[in-house]
Design a protein around this ligand. Structure first.
Ligand code: FEO
Length: 165
């Protein structure tokens, strides 16, 4: 059983996951239109992962007898500067998501809702992985440079990362 505020926090997170999902879908479509197939595939995969995160929380809310509220989300941009800036934007988003998750973990522990605290541990681990992945891709991209050869390499690297998942 969730309190009104606890339910609100979880529904906020459903909304956040939906918003990140749409953003990654927009990046994927942008990359595909630029012929960056590896980047497109990588972000399509991440879009699908964010949808799964959203469904995980929805299902959890329902399992507690709570009500899911699906809200309108702001449309993401349809144009982006380049691959490096897109990776930096994604890292910034993931850091925001981690911060939201951490706040929730704190709230549920303080309120002795151990079931939801336990449920959220999966997201804590997932956020750690996501931040690490984007950070390491940004480091590599900065090291190799973002001229045409660098972008070609990055596109291949993102394709490899997608295949490894
Ligand atoms: Fe589900 Fe990457 O935040």
């Amino acid at each position: 059983m969730l309190t009104k505020e606890q339910l609100e926090r979880l529904n906020d997170q459903v909304n956040t996951e939906a918003s990140v999902s749409r953003l990654y879908l927009a990046v994927s479509c942008w990359a595909a239109s630029k012929g960056l197939d590896g980047v497109a595939r990588f972000f399509k995969g991440h879009h699908e992962e964010e949808e799964e995160h959203m469904h995980k929380i929805e299902n959890y809310i329902i399992s507690t007898g709570g009500k899911v509220s699906i809200r309108a989300i702001e449309a993401p941009p349809s144009d982006f500067k380049d691959v490096l800036s897109v990776l930096k934007m994604a890292l910034k988003k993931e850091i925001e998501v981690s911060s939201n998750i951490n706040k929730m973990v704190h709230l549920f522990l303080e309120e002795k809702n151990y079931s939801t605290f336990n449920f959220l541990q999966w997201f804590v681990a997932e956020q750690h992985q996501e931040e690490h992945l984007f950070r390491s891709l940004i480091d590599k991209a900065e090291l190799i440079g973002t001229d045409e050869k660098g972008v070609f390499w990055l596109d291949k690297e993102l394709k490899n990362v997608s295949q490894a998942k």
